[in-house]
Write a protein that binds this ligand. Structure first.
Ligand code: AMP
Ligand code: GLY
Length: 421
C-alpha cells in the first residue's frame, strides 16, 4: 500500500513510525512532515490546509490510504475530496468533523444520543447570554462555538469572568466567526482523561486512554498549551470506566452520527471528566491527540495500518489491537516563551544520545534541518517518550533522555506524571 500521512508534528511522527512497521506498506509519504519524519517517509512540501493540492497529489501518486493527523484538513473536507477520487481516507467527512468544528453540534449529538455531558445552551446575542449567566451564576463555562486554537474556552469562577468571555466573543469578535456563537455550560468537576477510539462508522475499538498536562508550568500553573506531556494509562482509569465510556459515550455517538447520515470514520478523541456521577463528555476531537499519539502508539504491538484500513472499509471488530501492558510517559520540549512569543532557529544537540536511552523514542514536533544540524522551528519542538513496567520507570527513562539533550533555549515540565507517583 502507498500511504500518505498529513501533518508535521510529533503526532504525525508517531503515526508514520507505527505505519512504517506494517508489512502492508510499500511506500510512505508525509506532507509536509519534518526532519524526524524524513528518516521514515518521503516528504511532500504541501501545507496541511491545502486540501485540493493534497488530494491531487494523492490521486496522481496512486495513494491507497490517506491518514490526516490534524483537524484542519478534515474540517476543510479532505475526506470528501478524496472520496470523490475513490481514495480511502482514515478520517471523517466534513460533516462528521463538525464534532470538533462546532461545540453546539457536539452538544446536540450528545443530547440526541442521551450521552452524559454538562447541561448547556447556545447564544448568538450577548444580552441573552448575559441574562443566562446572571440566572445561573458561577462557576460556569463559556465556549466559543468554533475552532479557536484551544483558546476559546473560559472556565469562569465568577460571573464577571463569564460576562467578559461573552463580550469578547459576541461583541468584540475576538475569535472571529468561531466566536460568533457561544455555548454556555454547567461547570463539571473531576479528573480529566482523554479516550481514543478508532471508528469505522458503525464499530469502535478502544485505542487507549491518556492524561494530558495542558498548563505550561510545573504544578499545572501558567497558561494553557497544546499539551506539555501525557501519561498512559491514566491512574484510576479502570476497565469498568473504559467499558462505561465505550458503551455510554462513544458507541451512542456513532449510532447518532450514522442516523444523521454522517457516519464517523477515523480516530475519535473524547475529552472526558470523571465526575462523581460517572464519566461525562467535555468535548470531541476528530483526530489523535498530540502528545497522546506519541504516548499510546509506542505501546502498540499490532499492525496500525491494518486497523486504519479496516476503519475505512468496515469490519474493524475483526482487527483486534494488542498493546503492551506498560506505562508510557511523554515529555514535550518547547522553545522558551511558548505558548507566547518564542524564537526559532536555535540548535539542538544530543539527539542521538537521548534516543539511545533504554525504551525511549524521540519524536520531532517543530524542527527543521540545516545541513547536519537540527534547529527548533516551532513552539513545541520535541517529544520524548519513555515506556516501562511502571509509571516511575517510564518517567525516569523519559527524563534521562531529556537530560541527554543539549538545548539551552528549550524547556520542559519536570513533573509529567509526578502527581500520580
Ligand atoms: P475544551 O476545549 O472544550 O476541551 O475545554 C478546555 C478545558 O476547559 C477542558 O479540558 C476542561 O479542563 C475545561 N472545561 C471545559 N468544559 C468544562 C466544564 N463544563 N466544566 C469544567 N471544566 C470544563
Ligand atoms: N493534547 C490535546 C490535543 O491534542 O488536542
Amino acid at each position: 500500500m502507498r500511504v500518505l500521512v498529513i501533518g508535521s508534528g510529533g503526532r504525525e511522527h508517531a503515526l508514520v513510525r507505527a505505519i512504517a512497521k506494517s508489512p502492508l506498506v510499500t511506500k510512505l509519504f508525509c506532507a509536509p512532515g519534518n526532519p524526524g519524519i524524513a528518516t521514515v517517509a518521503e516528504l511532500v512540501p504541501i501545507p496541511v490546509t491545502e486540501v485540493e493540492a493534497l488530494a491531487s497529489f494523492a490521486a496522481s501518486n496512486d495513494i491507497d490510504l490517506v491518514v490526516p493527523g490534524p483537524e484542519a484538513p478534515l474540517v476543510a473536507g479532505i475526506a470528501d475530496l478524496l472520496a470523490e477520487r475513490g481514495i480511502r481516507c482514515c478520517g471523517p467527512s466534513k460533516a462528521a468533523a463538525q464534532l470538533e468544528g462546532s461545540k453546539q453540534f457536539t452538544k446536540e449529538v450528545a443530547d440526541a444520543a442521551g450521552i452524559p455531558t454538562a447541561r448547556w445552551e447556545a447564544f448568538t446575542e450577548a444580552h441573552h447570554a448575559l441574562d443566562f449567566i446572571s440566572r445561573r451564576g458561577a462557576p460556569i463555562v463559556v465556549k466559543a462555538d468554533g475552532l479557536a486554537a484551544g483558546k476559546g474556552v473560559v472556565v469562569a469562577q465568577t460571573e464577571a469572568e463569564a460576562e467578559a468571555a461573552v463580550i469578547a466573543c459576541l461583541r468584540e469578535g475576538t475569535f472571529g466567526v468561531a466566536g460568533a456563537r457561544v455555548v454556555i455550560e454547567e461547570f463539571m468537576e473531576g479528573p480529566e482523561v482523554s479516550v481514543f477510539a478508532l471508528c469505522d462508522g458503525t464499530e469502535a475499538v478502544f485505542l487507549g486512554a491518556a492524561r494530558d498536562h495542558k498548563r505550561v508550568g510545573d504544578g499545572d500553573t501558567g497558561p494553557n498549551t497544546g499539551g506539555m506531556g501525557a501519561i498512559a494509562p491514566p491512574p484510576g482509569f479502570t476497565h469498568e470506566t473504559r467499558t462505561q465510556v465505550m458503551e455510554t459515550i462513544i458507541r451512542p455517538t456513532l449510532v447518532e452520527m450514522e442516523r444523521r447520515g454522517t457516519p464517523f470514520r477515523g480516530i475519535l478523541f473524547a475529552g472526558l471528566m470523571l465526575t462523581e456521577e460517572g464519566p461525562k463528555l467535555i468535548e470531541y476531537n476528530v483526530r489523535f491527540g498530540d502528545p497522546e499519539a506519541e504516548t499510546l502508539l509506542p505501546l502498540l504491538e499490532s499492525d496500525l495500518l491494518a486497523a486504519l484500513l479496516a476503519a475505512c472499509e468496515g469490519g474493524l471488530a475483526a482487527v483486534p489491537l494488542r498493546w503492551r501492558a506498560e506505562a508510557s510517559v511523554s515529555v514535550v520540549l518547547a522553545a522558551q516563551g511558548y505558548p507566547g512569543a518564542y524564537h526559532r532557529g536555535t540548535r539542538i544537540a544530543g539527539l542521538d544520545k537521548a534516543a539511545a536511552e533504554e525504551a525511549v523514542t524521540l519524536f520531532h514536533a517543530g524542527t527543521r534541518a540545516e545541513g547536519d544540524a537540527i534547529l527548533a522551528d516551532g513552539g513545541r519542538v520535541l517529544v520524548v517518550n519513555g515506556t516501562g513496567p511502571s509509571l516511575t520507570v517510564a518517567r525516569n527513562r523519559a527524563y534521562a533522555a531529556v537530560d541527554a539533550l543539549e538545548w539551552p533555549e528549550g524547556f520542559c515540565r519536570r513533573d509529567i506524571g509526578a502527581h500520580f507517583l
